[in-house]
Design a protein around this ligand. Structure first.
Ligand SMILES: C[S@@+](CC[C@H](N)C(=O)[O-])C[C@H]1O[C@@H](n2cnc3c(N)ncnc32)[C@H](O)[C@@H]1O
Length: 171
């Protein structure tokens, strides 16, 4: 058994473990980093949602490589500051600003959007979940874990559960 020294414990606290062991795979911590935000929606999941709720018009948080809709906003545009319209599909960046994205999902159907469907990490203890997801029209908890796609094509099984959340305009 390896024991942590106090120096390695301090390093750990600051940076987290350098490697995460997960099943048979040993993956660099950066692959798991929710801060990187590049958890691309699995195409099969998007296709199923697009068939049920779409066709989607807008992906407000994307890169040129991972955009799921013909119209999209990138970090440069800042999708949080842009108008959302039509049928919107959202898989938000998982960093600290995620609460602002969920607030925007909730607000967008009260302003300009016809429908917002979001693929979210199922973080049921957060303020944004309580404040905005609990006011959504539908929440579907996904059984098991999704395998997300990075911009370089690598697929990574998520270390977190996910949910599909649907907001519709108030009647
Ligand atoms: C979880 S990924 C989803 C990617 C893609 N839309 C999909 O569903 O597969 C979140 C994306 O949001 C982008 N992003 C981060 N901040 C943004 C911002 N302020 N405005 C628009 N896009 C942003 C990231 O570059 C990243 O590609």
């Amino acid at each position: 058994m390896r024991r942590e020294t106090s120096a390695s414990r301090r390093r750990h606290r600051k940076t987290g473990p350098a490697l995460c062991q997960w099943g048979s795979a040993v993956l660099n911590r950066s692959l798991f980093s929710s801060a990187s935000g590049e958890w691309g929606t699995p195409q099969a999941v998007f296709n199923a949602l697009d068939a049920e709720f779409g066709p989607f018009d807008l992906d407000p948080c994307a890169t040129v490589e991972n955009a799921k809709c013909p119209r999209y906003y990138t970090q440069e545009d800042d999708g949080l500051l842009q108008p959302w319209y039509g049928r919107v599909f959202v898989n938000p960046p998982y960093g600290r600003a995620i609460g602002r994205w969920i607030q925007k999902c909730h607000a967008a159907v009260r302003q300009s959007a016809k429908l917002v469907v979001a693929l979210l990490p199922s973080r049921t203890d957060t303020a944004w979940w309580h404040d905005y997801v609990m006011k959504a029209d539908e929440i579907r908890f996904i059984r098991g874990r999704l395998s997300f796609t990075r911009d370089d094509g690598l697929r990574i099984r998520a270390p977190f559960p996910s949910a599909i959340v649907v907001w519709r305009p108030p009647c």
